[in-house]
Design a protein around this ligand. Structure first.
Ligand code: NAD
Length: 365
């Protein structure tokens, strides 16, 4: 099993180092190969997604990705900015299905901005279509407004569009995922206003015929945003388009308290995936041994489950993380009175130890 390791920028290399240690301790046969991506790749090779990095990602069975970005690259033209590497990888690998679980661990309910009783036991899976919609639709651009009340004024425009096969394939992925969980799927759209959304809804309803055991309902995106903070536990699996999913998955992430806890997976039609924490490169805490590595470690677990057919090893990692949280260890982002604050490396040590591995400290002594 060949795994491409792309640490990236900011806290990327620090959190990736801990995920690597956790994978190493599992005693599975992995071949790791590392390459630069994002700002680090721009600095070294003049491009955020160099050809060699893309070739490695294409050849690997799965890609484990840290995070990219730093404010110092903000002045670069858009095509050279670190974040373009993510878009390039999604496009080239055909990663159309983004899985974002939002799980509120029992020990962390206080970290949520919602009342504990609303989030205790929360376990939602948001599935976002990742390669279509208004983010990629053409035409887009700036021009002189051709009509309307402000004809002749400068304007900008983007195009929201989906083809039927694009909606059907993400709907199938979502129904399959719901089947493995509580068998409830909510499709989120804005069908009362948008033609694209009505089209989306029609396609999802048609696919539902193949999944009669899954309960399907539809919700407008504004209501979904409201329900996520009012009664989040009503959801099991949510499927939605690229833009609505972008916004709702971040909202759902915050229900759980810290973005430092949340993994994600982006899959293509053959099950190959790119796995990354839901957060960014956190330049404000980079190099301080302060980042929470658990989102990356849990992303590695998702990689084992969804791309490498190692569900048992994935479950071992997830229960090791639960064990470490139960023992009271916390990085700064999830710390609260009565728990023990630790750094990135120490959190990695604890997960490795919970898996029965040797920690760095033990090696030293
Ligand atoms: P961010 O997610 O990097 O950070 C937001 C806040 O969360 C910061 O206070 C940060 O310290 C904290 N945080 C994030 N991850 C954490 C972790 N593991 N442990 C503890 N605290 C953590 O978002 P931002 O500040 O808006 O963006 C910073 C850079 O990251 C930008 O250049 C942005 O473009 C980029 N970014 C990259 C990705 C990606 O690589 N997939 C995603 C989002 C943002």
């Amino acid at each position: 099993m060949k795994i491409a390791i792309l640490p990236g920028d900011g806290i990327g290399p620090e959190i990736m180092a801990q995920a690597r240690r956790v994978l190493d301790v599992l005693d599975l046969r992995f071949e790791f190969e590392e390459a630069a991506v994002g700002g680090a790749a721009y600095d070294a090779h003049g491009h955020p997604l160099p050809e060699a990095t893309l070739a490695l990602a294409q050849a690997a069975d799965a890609v484990l990705f840290g995070a990219v970005g730093d404010w110092k690259y903000d002045m670069l033209e858009r095509a050279l900015r670190p974040e373009q590497a993510i878009l390039g990888l999604r496009r080239s690998l055909g990663l159309f299905a983004n899985f974002r679980p939002a799980i509120c661990y029992e020990q962390l309910t206080h970290a949520s901005s919602l009342k504990p009783e609303l989030v205790a036991g929360l376990d939602i899976l948001i599935i976002r279509e990742l390669t279509g919609d208004i983010y990629f639709g053409q035409p887009r651009g700036r021009r002189t407004s051709p009509d309307g009340a402000f004809a002749g004024a400068p304007e900008a425009f983007d195009t929201m569009r989906y083809t039927r096969p694009e909606v059907e394939r993400i709907a199938r992925v979502a129904f399959e995922a719901a089947r493995k969980r509580a068998k409830r799927l909510t499709s989120v759209d804005k069908a009362n206003v948008l033609e694209t959304s009505q089209f989306w809804r029609d396609a999802v309803v048609a696919v539902h015929a193949d999944y009669p055991d899954v309960q399907l309902d539809h919700m407008y995106v504004d209501n979904a945003a409201m329900q996520l903070v009012k009664e989040p536990k009503r959801f099991d699996v949510v499927v939605t388009g690229n833009m609505f999913g972008d916004i709702l998955s971040d909202e759902a992430a915050m229900l759980t308290g810290s973005i430092g806890m949340l993994p994600s997976a982006s899959l293509n039609a053959s099950g190959k995936g790119l796995y990354e924490p839901s957060h960014g490169s956190a330049p404000d805490i980079a190099g301080k041994n302060a980042a929470n590595p658990l989102a990356t470690i849990l992303s590695a677990a998702m990689m084992l489950r969804y791309s490498l057919d190692q569900a048992e090893a994935a479950a071992r990692i997830e229960s090791a993380v639960q064990h470490v949280l139960a023992s009271g260890l916390r990085t700064a982002d999830i710390w609260s009175a009565g728990t023990t604050k630790v750094g990135t490396v120490e959190m990695g040590d604890a997960v490795v130890a919970a898996l029965g591995g040797t920690t760095k400290k033990a090696i030293k002594s």
